[in-house]
Design a binder for this molecule. Structure first.
Ligand SMILES: O=P(O)(O)O[C@H]1O[C@H](CO)[C@@H](O)[C@H]1O
Ligand SMILES: Nc1nc2[nH]cnc2c(=O)[nH]1
Length: 294
């Protein structure tokens, strides 16, 4: 499913994969997009597509989760060259996978990507949030990281970045503001939020006590992805924008009959897909037009 432990992750391996891809397409992407659960439609927005199944790409992991197609799509979005992961990898898909799930970020970097835009489906912990809200991520809590499960653990290759990267500026503030501005213009003000995303290892959803604890700790939404990719993307100097679609309310109350489930997650994704695609595609256009954002 994933490349063998410690195989396929060196700078040379990543470069070989990037060079292989660059030899198959004329697209030279400067924006990389990652589609969350049920949000794969973002990739369909790309024009003049050149698409690869993950299984055909050297060193690439394979998607195993329903709602993650497993294709790397190159193309243009309103004239801007992009690459899009239609399907991402999660910590729970294989034990000790924190390096393989983040590998595509290093390949993005070596393809020439400058800005990464990540999306995910998440459970809402903030009691003001509703299902269908879009949360611009301003910061994160890396729970697996507290236990030493950080994608940068192990030897550091300075060709990618420094040993101790700063994370207080992980989420680009100009891009957060751009998302707010674009969202307001598109009339999304009623369901556009900002907040802190907390990553857990999954795949089990949270208990009621866990949701209450995470909320008290300052998390507005909880999921099982994104943070590891953000760490690797920032380590190698790419700008990061990330958003969560609040696909379900985290259950915080012992009287509640609600139960988190993946079908609801995918269903909410389908309902908000078009607006989310418009938000991301309009942002990409502005990144191109305002060089101060690029
Ligand atoms: O984060 P994405 O990939 O959107 O997926 C989210 O949805 C799945 C649970 O329904 C989990 O994998 C969670 O992380
Ligand atoms: N951990 C977690 N991941 C999610 N992804 C979508 N919804 C949820 C949720 O409630 N919890």
């Amino acid at each position: 499913m994933f490349p063998e432990a410690n195989k396929g992750y060196s700078y040379e391996d990543c470069k070989a994969t990037a060079d292989w891809l660059l030899a198959q397409t004329d697209v030279r992407p400067t924006v990389g997009i990652v589609c969350g659960s049920g949000l794969g439609g973002l990739a369909d927005m790309l024009k003049d597509q050149v698409a690869f199944n993950y299984k055909d790409i050297p060193n690439f992991p394979q998607s195993t989760v329903h709602g993650h197609a497993g294709r790397l799509v190159f193309g243009t979005l309103k004239g801007r060259p992009c690459v899009c992961m239609q399907g991402r990898f999660h910590l729970y898909e294989e034990q000790f996978a924190v390096k393989s799930i983040t590998l595509p970020m290093r390949i993005f970097k070596l393809l020439g990507v400058e800005t990464v835009m990540l999306t995910n489906a998440a459970g809402g912990l903030n009691q003001d949030f509703k299902v269908g809200d879009i949360m611009i991520i301003k910061d994160h809590l890396n729970m697996p990281g507290f236990a030493g499960n950080n994608p940068l653990s192990g030897p550091n290759d300075e060709r990618f970045g420094v040993r101790f990267p700063c994370m207080s500026d992980a989420y680009d503030r100009e891009l957060q503001q751009l998302a707010m501005d674009v969202g307001q213009e598109l009339g999304y003000g009623d369901f556009l939020r900002e907040g802190v995303y907390c990553v857990l290892g999954g795949p089990s959803f949270e208990t009621i006590a866990e949701c209450r604890m995470l909320h008290k700790l300052g998390a507005d939404a909880v999921g099982m992805s994104t943070v590891h990719e953000v760490i690797i993307a920032r380590h190698c100097g790419m700008r990061v924008f990330a958003l969560s679609l609040i696909t379900n309310q985290a259950v915080m109350d012992y009287d509640s009959e609600e139960k988190a489930n993946h079908e609801e997650v995918l269903q909410t994704g389908r309902q908000r897909a078009q607006q989310l695609e418009r938000l991301v595609s309009t942002m990409v256009t502005r990144i191109e037009h305002n060089n101060n954002y690029a």
